[in-house]
Design a binder for this molecule. Structure first.
Ligand code: ADP
Ligand code: ZN
Length: 555
């Protein structure tokens, strides 16, 4: 291929084998490495376990690229940083780190080492937290010195989605990374993340000022994970049974919403069922947290019962199951948390216990939270609604649903019975929804034509004839098509909107509102085509499940 003809390829291949002891590249690794060595900015979207580290560690030790010398890796996590530093040391690679855990003496040593760095030196990797870059004027001036001598190689930015203000992992200091482009115009930036919604992608590019970057995108599908939703009724017995029969003596994570439920569940599992479980949450003192994580990491404790504080940077290859005892906050969180299972590529299970009551109480929490403004609340409610829909959809492939959240179209036939819905033998019923579809499209068109914007959930409310505040504010209840789907279950209406989405008839536009983005429903030109062609549309519902609660009561 063109890549193997690149002038950088011989050195890249040589270092892959000799320094990393590997024989071949995974998807997009070589592409990324060659792009950054030619001096291009890159945005690397790779699922967890995809091999992001190699994308910057390997070019860092090459000397044939356009830029060379010191690679400055921005990484949010101390633990991960130490881990990587140790691994690189063992490979004989020169590496330093710069973070707020160091004492004065240590960081002075690192600083003087960097100042003394010259043309004749071996390539060097420096790990730094974004806070260090923000607060240490000294560090910045050292980097400028290196830059003026042509000794800065590149800036890999790990977990680059932390720059996104409304995202779940936002870090204040990441915002300042936009300065890198201004201060070091010629140094390639490499942004890496496993969070790949369109909005995150756009924001990373905008905030890091890398608009001409090469985007290395790959499917977020994790083939070795099995996804399943179960009813939460009597979940403890079910959970214990699941662990004992399918994952006896294997490593797992159980996520809970609250600190208290982590402690209680871990205790119950230990005391009543003799399982090897410990809790972990942000309310514990740092030493205890470190101790629990270390025990789990080294296999001295099998099951960790944690809040989402146990997250980014958890890097254990042989996690065989991830259980969500409670609803995740959003589908991205769910994807990231389940993604910690099976990093070694071997089969692993992702199990979520769903109860409708959980959804209602979460909704109440969001509304009653005094620390969030109206926009944040409605954003959180929309996200919650997507999670609830996901849990209630017992027909469509889980992968198709989750990946659709990342705007990725996934053909369910490639799931290979890898989720509960695809492997459910119970039949489905087909419903002809052609008339309803036409009404939905016309209603959505009319709303937009009238100069209004609706979110997906407001639209679902409106077609089912709900007259809540948002509906009245936007005067939707006066529309001729209002309540056009009154006789339909919320579930069916949701399924139809999903389908129109998948067909490219519905689409969403993001409107930036200060630091917040809101997604609104839009109808594409395909809407008119669909209506004029007069084709039939059917959707599938699981047979005999009409008694399930609808999400209606959530409104
Ligand atoms: P990510 O940061 O994308 O989650 P890592 O960089 O931690 O993933 O890599 C995950 C695992 O895959 C590591 O154990 C790493 O050694 C391994 N790995 C990465 N690239 C390759 C490769 N080309 N061949 C074999 N193993 C690889
Ligand atoms: Zn499936």
């Amino acid at each position: 291929s063109n890549l193997t003809k690149s002038i950088y390829y011989p050195e890249v291949l040589d270092k892959l084998q000799r320094c990393f002891g590997l024989t071949s590249f995974r998807k997009n690794q070589l592409e990324t490495i060659i792009a950054t060595m030619t001096g291009r900015d890159t945005l690397v979207l790779m699922p967890t376990g995809g091999g992001k580290s190699l994308c910057y560690q390997l070019p860092a030790i090459c000397t044939s690229g356009v830029t060379r010398g010191v690679t400055v890796v921005i990484s949010p996590l101390l633990a991960l940083m130490q881990d990587q530093v140790e691994q690189l040391n063992r490979k004989g690679i020169d590496v330093l780190y710069f973070n707020s855990d160091q004492d004065r003496e240590e960081s002075a040593r690192v600083a003087s080492h960097l100042r003394a760095y010259g043309t004749g030196n071996k390539p060097l990797i420096v790990y730094a937290t974004p806070e260090k870059l923000q607060h240490s004027g000294e560090f910045l001036s050292i980097l400028k010195g290196l830059y003026s001598k042509g000794l800065l190689a590149r800036f890999p930015i790990d977990e680059a989605h932390c720059i996104v203000k409304w995202g779940r992992d936002f870090r204040e200091a990441y915002k300042l990374l936009g300065r890198l482009r201004d201060e070091f115009p010629k140094i390639p930036i490499m942004a890496l993340t496993a969070t790949a919604t369109e909005q995150v992608k756009t924001d990373i590019i905008r905030l890091l000022k890398i608009k001409d970057c090469e985007i290395l995108w790959q499917s977020m599908n994790r083939q070795n994970l099995f996804y399943e939703i179960r009813s939460k009724k009597g979940y403890i017995k079910d959970m214990v049974d699941f662990i004992v029969t399918q994952h006896s003596n294997e490593t797992g994570i159980i996520y809970c919403q609250s600190r208290k439920s982590c402690e209680e569940l871990a205790k119950t599992l230990r005391d009543q069922y003799r399982l090897d479980a410990l809790h972990y949450h942000a309310g514990m003192i740092s030493a205890d947290r470190k101790d629990v994580q270390a025990r789990w990491q080294t296999g001295r404790c099998k099951i960790i019962v944690a809040t989402v504080a146990f997250g980014m940077g958890v890097d254990k290859p042989d996690v065989r199951f991830v259980i969500h005892r409670d609803l995740p906050n959003d589908l991205d969180g769910y994807y990231q948390e389940t993604g910690r299972a099976g990093r070694d590529g071997k089969p692993a299970d992702c199990l979520l216990y769903y109860s409708y009551g959980d959804a209602i109480s979460r909704r109440r929490q969001i509304r009653d939270n005094r620390d969030t403004n109206h926009q944040e609340k409605s954003h959180q409610e929309e996200e919650l609604q997507r999670v609830v829909q996901y849990c209630q959809n017992d027909v469509d492939c889980r992968r198709t649903q989750v990946l659709a959240y990342y705007s990725e179209q996934f053909d369910h036939r490639k799931c290979h019975l890898g989720c509960d819905n695809c492997s459910n033998p119970q039949g489905v019923e087909r419903h002809d929804v052609t008339t309803l579809a036409v009404q939905f499209i016309q209603f959505a068109q009319a709303i937009v034509a009238g100069g209004e914007r609706v979110t997906r959930n407001q639209f679902l409310d409106a077609v089912r004839g709900s007259t809540n505040k948002a509906i009245k504010d936007k005067n939707l209840h006066q529309h001729p098509h209002f309540a056009c789907g009154k006789g339909t279950s919320r579930e069916c209406a949701e399924r139809l909107v999903d389908r129109l989405d998948a067909m490219g008839i519905f689409d969403s536009v993001t409107v930036q509102n200060g630091e917040w983005g809101s997604s609104y429903l839009r109808v594409t030109a395909k809407g008119d085509h669909f209506i004029s062609r007069g084709e039939r549309l059917t959707i599938e519902m699981r047979a005999g499940t009409s008694k399930r609660p609808t999400t209606n009561a959530l409104q």
